[in-house]
Design a protein around this ligand. Sequence first.
Ligand SMILES: [Zn+2]
Length: 133
Amino acid sequence: MEETTKCPFCSEEILKDAKKCKHCGEFLEKGVRPQPQYIPKKSSGLAAILSLCCVGLGQIYNGQFIKGFLYFFVFVILLIWAGFMGIGSIFMGSLTAVLLIPFIFGVLPIISFWIFGMVDAYKTSERINKGEV
Ligand SMILES: [Zn+2]
């Protein structure tokens, strides 16, 4: 006697190896029926790379236009700020000040914000793919 199973569509008794249900005509073999596939909408890697090229670009790629422009705007402010720090430190006279102050108050915030923007773009695109955004 051949092994039987229940058809998942009509619950009728069918052969275990059946490819097609003889009662309701549904295909039972995997691959015959198109399975719903997980298709990522956004590439989180690309979002991070875009943010590396230009701050805010990853956010724009994710469809967050205002956030993207805001990030870029903050970045430009930080650059100008770092420029002032660099010029200002020259007048302080000491070499330590010239080297350290622009780095701590200028370069570090820029790098931090840059990385923050990349991580944010990456995480946001992952959330978009999961359907959370
Ligand atoms: Zn059936």
